[in-house]
Design a protein around this ligand. Structure first.
Ligand code: ATP
Ligand code: MG
Length: 213
């Protein structure tokens, strides 16, 4: 599977979701490579910490790639079972070429107006990418959602996103949890922490990604 976690909004949890999917699949015994398209290298730095301090944990590989990512992604897909691309934060060559190379794309968005506003332009990018990659399967996913039950923000955001006939909306919501920040800081995935809710939502996301493949 070539999976892109991308979008043009910054700070929506793309690297958090990419690294957690990668680690969880690695714990299941799969060979995973992350293509880190972010010049800030969040995923690469996370992996450096992981390799330095926890060499006994299941291995995840990563490479950094900027500019045109197409050939790199296609080449890696012949050597690894799953290629996970962490791209975006803005509309860029990396994001656009990854959208042409990938099979499935998840666009994390917070349930807030500035994030949701970007979904319109993302729709145009998806249409453009599909003219070169007609199999591109695109989902939006609510990320960093509040854990307060009485807020209707998520439901409102989901019903807004569901109006799109270009991208589907994920059935999974990733919530704002400190364990995600701890995991990024430690070079691990939430899978090794005692936080069943976080583990469950990452596993649900993985099930959705791979059962609808
Ligand atoms: N579900 C979450 N719960 C708590 N904190 C989160 C969650 N997701 C992300 N964060 C925190 O929010 C910040 C941004 O997350 P992250 O780096 O994953 O976003 P990004 O979309 O990759 O950002 P960028 O666009 O800069 O690449 C980080 O400090 C991260 O630890
Ligand atoms: Mg990032």
């Amino acid at each position: 599977m070539i999976l892109l976690i991308g979008g043009e909004k910054g700070g929506t949890g793309k690297s958090t979701i990419s690294t957690n999917i990668a680690v969880t699949l690695a714990h299941k015994g799969h060979e995973i490579v992350i293509v880190d398209c972010d010049p800030q290298g969040t995923s690469t730095k996370w992996l450096t910490r992981r390799n330095k301090f926890y060499s006994d944990l299941p291995k995840v590989f990563s490479i950094q790639k900027t500019g045109d990512t197409y050939d790199t992604i296609k080449d890696l897909s012949t050597r690894y079972k799953h290629v996970i691309i962490d791209a975006g934060g803005r509309d860029s060559e990396e994001l656009r070429t990854a959208m042409v190379a990938c099979e499935k794309m998840y666009i994390p968005l917070k349930a807030s107006q500035p994030d949701l506003e970007t979904s319109k332009h993302m729709t145009q990018l998806i249409k453009l990418a599909r003219s070169l990659n007609n199999k591109l399967d695109a989902y939006t996913i609510i990320s960093m959602a509040s854990t307060h039950y009485n807020l209707n923000e998520d439901k409102e955001a989901i019903s807004l996103l569901a109006q799109s006939n270009i991208a589907k909306v994920s059935d999974v919501i990733i919530h704002e949890r400190k364990v995600y920040r701890d995991a990024i800081a430690d070079g691990k995935g939430v899978i090794v922490y005692d936080n069943p809710k976080a583990i469950t939502e990452i596993n649900l996301l993985i099930n959705e990604i791979f059962t609808n493949a």
